[in-house]
Design a protein around this ligand. Structure first.
Ligand code: ISL
Ligand code: CA
Length: 543
């Protein structure tokens, strides 16, 4: 496992590089832009940054289709600049976590190109099969609502390659030991540079047990053949023991469709596989069967889900936002008119749950979902594919667009809002994705000038999370999950703290059950009142 529990003592901030800060006016965030914000990040108090992919990529899926794992894409800068970023971050006590995307490569990766040229060695890096009686090799589904099989080597070919994501993301063949060795080598390359860990993209699906037909299902037919297979467990242990452990590096696995049982196996210390996982159940409490149908959530459902996972796993990554999810305050709670209040409540909640907190750029100033006017303003491949599928299903245009507006991953990918100058101070050029129209009021500069600002509260909560041993190590005990109030204890050596969130826009009475708790250590309101919780108020209380 990671050295000295490094991963347990950190607050992680995720940067989506193309949307953070553009230093040269080409409209795309870059490494020099990030370097210019390191003081800002150190001041916020975070001590790890996870970068979404910076590697060379044709950007079919914004870098999650990697063409060269040991390079920096020129649009982001150079390897020399990356080394400076690493050193400058280290100087400020900030470690770097890289995104390890190894379920698939880009179809423009040299391995795939060589495979296409007929090189047997590299053919076996991918999953290539003949069709069956003029049909596809199997009936599997695809994460991006495409067909998961595309012709290998042109339309006339009889062969297909498997891709669980876009057709420009061919899946690697993890049955081939040479693939495992390649990945070890890539990991060592970044570890030698001094990165402290990896976020492992869709890591629980890398090993396909078989390519048999799957049980027909509305989502991802075939997944029983690749979700958390024994082969996957074995590979994770090998990577852990041979590569990660010698460097004292930690991992957080993005593990899709895990239940508690599967999650436990992946992070069981005795099994030596992953240090932490991202589970998804709390991200799905507002969805109806598939992720592109969402409802307005009843907060109680979220509370119950959080309690379930907090109670079941000893240690876990905790998050409410990332580059794949709509913004929390636009989504889980009815926060209209309470943007600042609800953002602070989210900060309090995230920093007081047990586990390692992962926050996402813009969360610290309460950024909201993108305000796209039509599909042309949306860049995400997943959104475009879903729109196409909905068209095929004859879903009316108005509803189709509403689905995309609500669920698009671009909601969280809009450029970071730094100030109220043009393009929110993100770029002097044309931003790659439309800046949210609310940047005149929602931006770092305005927020930091506000004595009651959102960021100041995040900063306070981050500091507490890092320094308070009960918040760092205490056990979780649920206390109240009502229609409006979530309250839970953190308990360490007989000492207790109570974390309380009003998840509604209404003032509510302090519930009887917690009336004995009197010493308010933190409230998200300056002028809080003992007996009531104001709209979206967060409190941390001692007895
Ligand atoms: O929201 C999801 C599940 O509820 C999915 O978006 C899921 O997170 C995703 O399909 C897996 O995500 C990761 O791998 C993808 C990439 O597009 C995402 O950006 C990445 O986070 C393929 O590499
Ligand atoms: Ca740039």
């Amino acid at each position: 496992m990671a050295a000295a529990n490094l991963h347990k003592d950190t607050v992680v901030y995720q940067i989506y590089p193309r949307s953070y800060m553009d230093s040269n006016g080409d409209g795309i965030g870059d490494i020099n832009g990030i370097i210019s914000k390191l003081d800002y990040l150190a001041d916020l108090g975070i001590n790890t940054i996870w970068f979404s992919p910076l590697y060379k990529s044709p950007d079919d899926d914004n870098g999650y289709d990697i063409a060269d794992y040991k390079s920096i894409d020129p649009k982001f800068g150079t390897m020399e600049e990356f080394d400076i970023l690493l050193a400058q971050a280290k100087k400020r006590g900030i470690g770097i976590v890289m995104d390890l995307v190894i379920n698939h490569t880009s179809d423009e990766h040299e391995w795939f190109k060589k495979a296409l040229e007929g090189d047997e060695k590299y053919r076996d890096y991918y999953i290539i099969r003949k069709g069956k009686n003029g049909k596809l090799p199997n009936n599997w589904g695809n994460f991006f609502a495409e067909c998961p099989w595309s012709k290998f080597g042109g339309e006339d070919s009889e062969e297909y390659y498997l891709h669980l994501f876009s057709k420009k993301q061919p899946d690697l063949n993890w049955h081939n030991p040479a693939v495992i060795e390649e990945v070890k080598d890539i990991m060592r390359f970044w570890l030698e540079k001094g990165v402290v860990g990896f976020r492992c993209d869709v890591i629980n699906i890398i090993y396909k047990d078989s390519l048999e037909n799957g049980r027909p299902s509305p989502i991802l037919t075939g997944m029983e053949h690749y979700l958390s297979t024994e082969g996957c467990h074995r590979i994770l242990r090998e990577l852990h023991d041979e590569v990660l452990e010698p460097y004292g590096a930690f991992t957080v696995g993005e593990t899709v469709f895990v239940d508690i049982h599967k999650a436990r196996d992946l992070i069981d210390e005795k099994r030596r596989e992953l240090d932490m996982i991202f589970y998804f159940e709390h991200m799905e409490v507002d969805q109806v069967i598939v992720k592109w149908f969402k409802t307005q959530l009843k907060p109680q459902k979220l509370m119950e889900c959080l309690t379930k996972w907090q109670s079941a796993l000893d240690w876990c990554a905790v998050y409410f936002e990332n580059h794949d999810q709509p913004r929390f305050i636009s989504r889980f709670i009815d926060s209209k008119g309470f943007r600042k209040e609800s953002s602070k409540m989210m900060a309090g909640l995230l920093m007081t749950l047990r586990g390692t907190p992962f926050m996402y750029e813009g969360q610290e100033i309460g950024m909201t979902n993108g305000d796209f006017a039509d599909l042309e303003e949306v860049m995400d491949i997943e959104s475009h594919n879903i729109y196409k599928m909905a068209t095929k299903l004859h879903i009316p245009k108005g509803i189709r667009w509403k689905m995309i507006q609500r669920t698009s991953r671009d909601n969280a990918r809009t450029p970071m809002q730094w100030n109220n100058s043009e393009n929110a101070g993100f770029t002097t050029g044309k931003p790659w994705l439309k800046v949210n129209g609310n940047y005149k009021t929602v931006n770092v500069q305005t927020d930091m000038a506000d004595p009651d600002g959102v960021r100041a509260f995040w900063k306070k909560m981050i500091e507490l999370r890092k320094t308070n041993e009960i918040l760092r190590e205490g056990q979780f005990r649920s206390c109240i999950e009502s229609k409006s109030v979530y309250a839970f204890k953190r308990v360490l050596d007989g000492k207790e703290l109570l974390s309380v969130c009003n998840m509604t826009g209404k003032t509510v009475a302090v519930p009887e059950k917690i009336k004995g708790w009197n010493n308010v250590l933190v409230s998200s309101y300056k002028n809080y009142e003992k007996d009531v919780l104001k709209p979206f108020e967060f409190r941390l209380i001692e007895k």
